[in-house]
Write a protein that binds this ligand. Structure first.
Ligand SMILES: [Zn+2]
Length: 283
């Protein structure tokens, strides 16, 4: 082939740039209706600040590997997570030798002066169709799903317990009071996610289930085919891979944190996640 017939390589194809996080605060007390689909992914996430060689500071989101995510309850294990070492060093007022350019952010002033830095936080994540953003009229002639309808919702402990309760995921679940997995393509249903800014801590998050099952339509199934793969997005790395990943970010110059070589989290997504997570953490 002649050079003149060749074309520039497209960006490494991954769908991670589509990650669009649901904002609980924006949903407010009126709530927002969403239809979960796909798999539920549980992770303890580190939000770690990387002071890059070029002077920029970015937040990277890295799943902690000191947990077993395959068991019914996510339990701590000896995984050799380097970020836990960064955390321990920082608590002692030291800088870690392995990742000297990484640092956990200080707790917000609103947490009080005795607040400790946060190591990692739990979230269960799922893909959803945001019904409010799905165009009702278009639905008559198709799914009505545009890219901003497809979101990722992070559930913290209390909201997650409500989902488990609905699913009957309990040793003594009462079948008369369970609805099954809301993400099921056929028997699943919408949930309304509500945020109460005036309530304390964990009570701010409310989940209400719809009265009946709402199967995904064929056109919806087609539309969600291109949504973000949460297993890939929240994939766990080995200790060495985490160090390599963060070192690449440290060395990178571009706005994407030098992560284009593999399907990694870009700054934009990390920022969005951090925003979504912070909205929950500081609640
Ligand atoms: Zn860790």
């Amino acid at each position: 082939m002649n050079l003149s017939e060749m074309r520039a390589q497209p960006d490494q194809s991954n769908n991670l740039s589509k990650a669009n996080f649901f904002d609980w605060k924006e949903a407010g007390t009126m709530g927002a209706k969403v239809r979960p689909y796909g798999k539920w992914i549980r992770r303890f996430l580190h939000f770690i600040q990387v002071s890059k060689a070029n002077g920029d500071t970015i937040t990277a989101v890295v799943p902690c590997i000191n947990f077993d995510y395959s068991s019914s309850v996510v339990v701590p294990i000896e995984g050799g997570c380097p970020l836990d070492e960064v955390y321990d060093a920082q608590l002692k007022g030291e800088t870690s030798n392995i990742l000297p350019f990484c640092r956990f952010s200080d707790p917000p002033a609103s947490w009080g002066k005795d607040a400790k830095i946060q190591n990692h936080s739990f979230s269960a994540n799922v893909n959803v169709i945001n019904r409010a953003k799905q165009e009702v009229n278009a639905k008559l002639n198709g799914s009505g799903i545009t890219e901003d309808c497809l979101q990722v919702v992070s559930f913290k402990k209390t909201a997650w317990e409500k989902i488990l309760l609905l699913a009957g995921a309990s040793d003594n679940a009462d079948p008369d009071f369970t609805r099954g997995d809301p993400s099921d393509a056929v028997d699943g249903y919408d949930v309304k996610l509500i945020y109460h800014a005036d309530k304390p801590g964990t009570q701010r998050y409310q989940v209400i289930e719809s009265k009946s099952a709402i199967p995904l339509t064929d056109s919806e199934i087609e539309s969600i085919g291109s949504s973000i793969d949460l297993e890939e997005y929240y994939k766990t790395r080995t200790r060495d891979e985490i160090i390599e990943h963060l070192t690449k970010i440290y060395e990178s110059d571009g706005i994407n944190g030098g992560t284009s070589s593999s399907a990694n989290v870009t700054d934009g997504i990390a920022d969005m996640m951090t925003k979504a997570e912070n909205a929950m953490n500081t609640a």
